[in-house]
Design a binder for this molecule. Structure first.
Ligand SMILES: NC(=O)c1ccc[n+]([C@@H]2O[C@H](COP(=O)([O-])OP(=O)(O)OC[C@H]3O[C@@H](n4cnc5c(N)ncnc54)[C@H](O)[C@@H]3O)[C@@H](O)[C@H]2O)c1
Length: 402
């Protein structure tokens, strides 16, 4: 006879502590001896000393607030140092410069797992203070992490003992997902998937850009009262909705929304359905470049957002507009240039493709949770945004028909 780890745990967790060793003993006796050295047996042993799910998900990730930390003297001091500190200080001054350039539209690019890591409030502050005019992101950041938190859920700190991955099988049984040193409740993530299906069901059955869909997510949050004014958490999706900052996720199905959309399409079978048109995303973002030729990129990580935002210079050319290369560009990354991949490619390399100008570009080789609070905090406390007008680019795109 063999018991599943889940069954074992369900029984175990409700037992008084003095009965638990007896329970483990009986289970191991009645289990087939061939299993005694198996992974399941090891998981039993781990479970027997594990805290329960509520105990594991009890210390939320807190988002850093750049408004509370004036980092200007620190970053200024880094300018006279070497290596990554000097690169970072230069990136901070380039970001300040692009904000002071009244002609410049700022595009923020997000890859990696940034919101779950405590960077959400920075992006919310950039949106609310007119320090960014459009966002290109992975779906994970915008849906699985930001929208997820907007629904009222949190990310949690995982103890060091979980980083090795030795206990991932047990976490799976508890429906806890792990991102390195961070936990997510998989059951809550499924509510996020289902919510995107509800939103898909409410939209006209036609192809939508991801921007249109994410705007509908912002409207949903407002309608459901999931706003700071009504006691909810602030979020990038809500702030961008309220400030008419368009958000594009060119690979939108590759995240929680993908599960919602696949369920929506499956339920509708042969009936008309909502779909995502990534060409429409590209067309819309290119329209912004054409309308506002001077642009700057603030890129966190690489991936699809980096290439998508860079490519609009070429796309504008394809559409018959001689748009200038991105005038300013910063990339924070840990990627290694030796693999020849897009994520690791330098901004100088991008200039050979006619995408990025070389006068004001800076690579910062750093993990983003270290570098971004300094770069964004510097520009914020320099009040580089004070003279900037909000662009409300989403309004420009509403009448777009691709
Ligand atoms: N990240 C997740 O946990 C997650 C979850 C669900 C779905 N996805 C999907 O997977 C796809 C690929 O995601 P991706 O583009 O984030 O891939 P990725 O994680 O490979 O990141 C792309 C690049 O960004 C750099 N990077 C990532 N995090 C960084 C950090 N903290 N600091 C500095 N550099 C960093 C990496 O070095 C890499 O070169 C997307 O479609 C996304 O929606 C991701």
């Amino acid at each position: 006879m063999f018991f599943s780890v889940a069954e074992f745990y369900c029984t175990y967790r409700f037992l008084p502590s003095w009965l638990r060793p007896i329970h483990i003993y009986i289970r191991s006796r009645f289990n087939n001896s061939r299993h005694s050295q198996t992974k399941e047996a090891r998981d039993f042993a781990i479970l027997s000393c594990m805290p329960n799910k509520n105990e594991l998900l009890n210390q939320p990730i807190e988002h850093i607030d750049i408004k509370q930390h004036d980092v200007r003297t620190l970053v200024d001091a880094m300018q006279a140092m070497a290596y990554s500190s000097r690169d970072l200080a230069r990136a901070a001054t380039i970001y300040e410069r692009m904000l002071r350039d009244q002609e410049c539209g700022v595009i923020l690019c997000l890859a990696g797992s940034l919101i779950s890591a405590g960077l959400k409030q920075i992006f919310v502050d950039l949106v609310r203070n007119n320090m960014v005019d459009a966002i290109v992101s992975t779906g994970a950041n915008i849906v699985d992490q930001d929208f997820f938190e907007a629904l009222g859920f949190r990310h949690y700190i995982a103890g060091d003992e979980f980083k090795s991955g030795m206990q991932d099988g047990v976490l799976r049984e508890l429906m806890i997902d792990r991102i390195y040193d961070t936990f997510i409740d998989e059951e809550e993530l499924r509510i996020c998937d289902e919510t995107t299906q509800i939103i898909a069901d409410s939209l006209p059955t036609r192809p939508h850009s991801s921007r249109e869909f994410i705007r509908a997510m912002g409207a949903y949050l407002e309608k459901q009262g999931k706003t700071p004014l009504k006691g909810g958490a602030d979020s990038i999706v809500l702030a961008a909705y309220q400030k008419d900052v368009p958000i594009f996720c060119p690979a939108f199905s590759d995240c929680s929304a993908g599960f919602g959309l696949v369920a929506h399409q499956h339920a509708r079978q042969d009936k008309p359905k909502v779909s995502i048109d990534s060409v429409k995303d590209f067309y819309e973002l290119t329209q912004l470049k054409i309308a506002n030729p001077t642009t700057g990129l603030l890129m966190i990580g690489g991936g699809v957002p980096k290439n998508f935002a860079q490519d609009i210079v070429v796309a504008a050319d394809v559409l018959g507009t001689d748009a200038p290369m991105h005038k300013y560009a910063i990339q924070i990354t840990v990627a290694d240039v030796r693999d020849g991949a897009l994520s690791s490619s330098t901004l100088k390399e991008a200039s050979s493709w006619g995408k990025v100008d070389t006068a004001y570009e800076q690579m910062v080789y750093s993990e983003a949770t270290l570098a971004l609070p300094l770069i964004a905090g510097y520009a914020y406390h320099q009040r580089a945004y004070a003279e900037r007008k909000e662009r409300r680019w989403a309004r420009l795109l509403e009448p777009v028909t691709a």
